[in-house]
Ligand binder design. Structure first.
Ligand code: 6GU
Length: 258
């Protein structure tokens, strides 16, 4: 999978050489191109922004450098991702869809964003996704793109080892789609008076799986009632329903009610 990133701060992307992503790149599974938008600005000062039409605070990125850059970097099979707090939510599901692409191009806006005609124009050239990583405002799209690339890359076949299956992750499509994972433990069996739950050292795989499922349901109810409210009945077994009924979900719609 090929990633190209266009930004006025290419130095933000040095972490792509570290850790999991760096190893996947060294193994030839991923490749990264990081580009300075100013390389496509033609004036003496390499200007990329200007005042917004209609007035108001801040600056907007001019369309011409973006047009030059994207004409050079996009390929016919590419998808264009534009990070913005006004985008559709970037979720595990969206990460999975983007992981199926062979080429992703990320256009990092700064200031108040990129002139809207850039997205309008390229929408008739490639698939364009304006995506947000959460309900808060960052100074620019760079950090959001690092977040997206890490989430997408670990879903590319071969990037994770077999031992690190993604199907049990929080939000993983299927049985974990609207659940967060429960607590995890390692050695020692007792630490500062706190013991590891006995079921985890029982060697009883069936009971361990059930316990993990219960803990995921409990934790989701406690921390993410918004997710629980949308749980699909089809993803719940009898034990799941009984557990949810035993929790106090009074303040939230009951996902197990008929
Ligand atoms: Cl994708 N970009 C910026 N600038 N701010 C954000 C965001 C993206 N997602 C949440 N806040």
């Amino acid at each position: 999978m090929r990633f190209d990133i266009i930004s006025i701060f290419p130095e933000y992307f040095t972490p792509l050489s570290a850790s999991l992503l760096g190893k996947a790149r060294d193994r030839g599974l991923l490749s990264f191109g990081v580009h300075d938008l100013r390389d496509w600005a033609y004036d003496r000062h390499r200007t990329v922004d200007d005042t917004p039409y209609g007035g108001g605070p801040g600056m907007v990125m001019r369309p011409e450098p973006w047009g030059q850059a994207l004409d050079d970097v996009l390929t016919p099979q590419a998808r264009l991702v534009v990070p913005t707090p006004s985008g559709r939510p970037f979720t595990q599901k969206v990460a999975g869809e983007l992981a199926d692409a062979s080429h992703l191009v990320f256009a990092c806006g700064r200031y108040e964003g990129i002139d809207s005609r850039v997205m309008a124009h390229y929408s008739s050239v490639v698939e364009v996704d304006e995506l947000s990583i959460g309900d808060y405002v960052l100074a620019g799209g760079e950090v959001a793109v690092l977040v997206m690339i890490e989430a997408i890359s670990r879903l590319v076949p071969g990037v994770l080892g077999n031992a690190e299956s993604v199907s049990d992750d929080s939000f993983a499509p299927g049985r974990m789609e609207r659940l967060v994972e429960g607590p995890v433990y390692t050695k020692p069996p007792a630490w500062r008076g706190l013991e590891v739950p006995a079921v985890l050292t029982s060697g009883h795989h069936g009971r361990i799986a059930r316990w993990r499922r219960d803990e995921a349901l409990r934790r989701t109810a406690e921390r993410r009632p918004d997710l629980l409210a949308g749980l699909d009945r089809a993803d719940l077994d009898k034990h799941d329903r009984r557990l949810l009924e035993s929790l106090d979900l009074a303040e939230h719609p009951d996902p197990v009610a008929d």
